[in-house]
Design a protein around this ligand. Sequence first.
Ligand code: IMP
Length: 472
Amino acid sequence: MTVTIVGAQLGDEGKGGIVDVFGESADVVARYQGGDNAGHTVVHGGETYKLSLVPSGAVRGKIGVLGNGCVVNPHTLFEELDGLHEQGLDPDVRVAERAHVIMPYHRILDNLEEDVRSDDDLKVGTTGRGIGPTYEDKVGRRGVRIGDLLDPAVLRDRLEYVIPQKRALIEDVYGIDLASVDLEFDGFSAEDALDVDAVYDRYVEYGERLRDEDMTVVAGEFLTSRIDDGEQVMLEGAQGTLLDIDHGNFPYVTSSNPTAGYAATGSGLGVTTIGDGEVVGVVKGYLSRVGTGPMPTELGPSDGGHGVDAGDEAAATGDDPSAEDLASYIREEGGEYGTVTGRPRRVGWLDLPMVRHAARASGFTGFAVNHVDVLAGLDEVKVGESYDLDGETIETIPSTTERWAQCEPNFQTFDGWPEVDWAAVAEEGYEALPENARTYLEYVAEEVDTDLYAVGLGPERDHTVVLDHPFE
Ligand code: IMP
């Protein structure tokens, strides 16, 4: 069977931890979209593994697959694999021959286009990894796929077709002199990134390594045969529902579909196979956002507060904490800084209209709530229950970003819960959670109309309480 894990918010819900816990029963962990814009942190045996491309299950000895719906930067892939080898692991990672390749010119374009958009106040705040330009080339039928790296003649043809177009875009449309672009990615200067020979030479080498290490697969065939053999497959979504190109808040989105429908398209497994399995949404007990876009339940700015020390516990838990104090406190307690970019994340209360939208778009069969420990010690915990928009109360998010920005949240307020020994609680089980935390969790499950499968109480695997295991 399959279990698909989907972020229900804006990414950074702690999906890696849930994949880690439920993935214990899986034989294969596959990603179906995104690239090295995703940051997962897996803590295992006291070691911290920070990954942005390799599926997190690979740290646990599972076969990791990057499906055809992913965009793959081979530089990142090999850097992460080499790093894991240095940490004493021997990960088995396969890459779909149909996956598209992030080329150095995609990274240059991603960064130049963000600058161009910022002149019109349309900056998305991308991770700068070349994700959008690579998916554009896939849909524009001018991309380079992993399979093309294995055939130097095809690679050369593709590059000779596409690179002059990219050069013209930069020089003639954006009016930028490449020689003046002071950007360097993955060892390519801007000039080299737009030079057929320089790109060809390096990418042929990547192709050789992929072939030598026998890493490429036809993902759909590979995964289907595993399932036919009775193995368990976990599909690991990256980013979150509100960053989905279709179901997110366009245009402040990534260029792929984190929602569960794409688990089929992006892995090559049939929709009926995915639908016969479970789809687990992952929610953080509050909300964070990297990058631009509305956030109705936002608490204060992302710069650490106005004259308040970031993480000042007394200020945040005192009689009347300001929104900025609370945001700073949660940001520091939750380590809310981008894994890929290091940017401080914006912080807000849990937003139920968003989670209801996510549950519907992916058809969650269950969900997990993470970081319940981070909220401990606050006097009150709020949850955005609904929005007011144009004099009406609505329970889900509007389809346009502009209307979403006009929504005023209505909050439910819960009594806070104390800091306790979370490892001991996790060991004892759900009933050992502080009563107020359980009241909050049960309210959320009822509002989202989905069964609670797990509660995350810390970064280690044994800090998660499992109520229902989707593979069992
Ligand atoms: P891109 O995916 O780099 O094109 O970035 C598009 C938007 O998605 C930006 O707002 C990013 O901050 C956001 N984003 C992309 N990946 C992640 C992630 O893994 N976590 C949170 N936000 C992300």
